[in-house]
Design a protein around this ligand. Sequence first.
Ligand code: NAD
Length: 253
Amino acid sequence: MILKDRVAIVTGSGSGIGRSGAEIMAREGAIVVVADRDADAAAETVARIGKAGGRAESCPTDVTDDEALARLVEGTAKAHGRIDILHNHAGIQVAGTLEEVTPEGMDASWRLNVRAHFMGCRLAVPHMKRQGGGVIVNTASNSGVFVDKGMLAYITTKAAVIMMTRQIALDYAKYNIRANSLCPGWVDTPFNEPYIRQMGGRKAIETYVSGMIPMGRWASSGEIAEAILFLASDRSSFMTGHDLVVDGGEWFG
Ligand SMILES: NC(=O)c1ccc[n+]([C@@H]2O[C@H](COP(=O)([O-])OP(=O)(O)OC[C@H]3O[C@@H](n4cnc5c(N)ncnc54)[C@H](O)[C@@H]3O)[C@@H](O)[C@H]2O)c1
């Protein structure tokens, strides 16, 4: 087990990629704190981990609420004595061009995609410094490494996560804290349901994805979990400030 007894917080882990990441970390021996604003979904992740023989606990949290986020991080540190891994994963996609994205849509994107990651890191880093190190994984997207039609708020905020993570990596390397961005491409999770509806259903999106992605398909959340495990574990021990793109070749353009 490559994460034996490590304490990990994963936000947005009630579904999709976050859940698969929580599950793979638990499989590798971590104690996972499942933080999702949907308490039932978080409880389901905890139950799945327990059924598989792993250790997890739920801490329902809306990560855009600073006080709730502080309760999550401080509560974890108090209960377990340390925070080895912080995976800031929860995010939002607001579609539209400059004129279509409302100021509210831009604010919501910034609040969840960037500010919540910032706050999570800011709260966890003092614990990581005190204990002699730690690992941060910030979910961005391959949408942070290129531009895409009609995706102003998403592209802007995901690119910001990548740069913020590089900067954290630079400033905190001397404390043995590594920080990397996870940049998935199309992953088959409920996150894309609005898009699927917009495109006219499952068949239409399958055609779009198979034409768009050089590998001709979506990723499963389990495939992205392998990248999360790599970033969260000592397997990436000399890697920091990196944006790990896992997208079946879409970023070639
Ligand atoms: N699925 C993809 O194709 C894809 C691709 C690239 C990047 N991403 C990124 O992955 C993240 C989520 O994707 P997913 O596929 O795992 O989605 P998902 O919809 O399967 O799961 C998202 C989870 O986040 C939770 N959540 C939403 N807002 C929250 C908040 N304010 N506080 C706490 N929890 C909250 C939801 O309740 C849900 O359980 C986002 O950051 C997204 O940008 C997804």
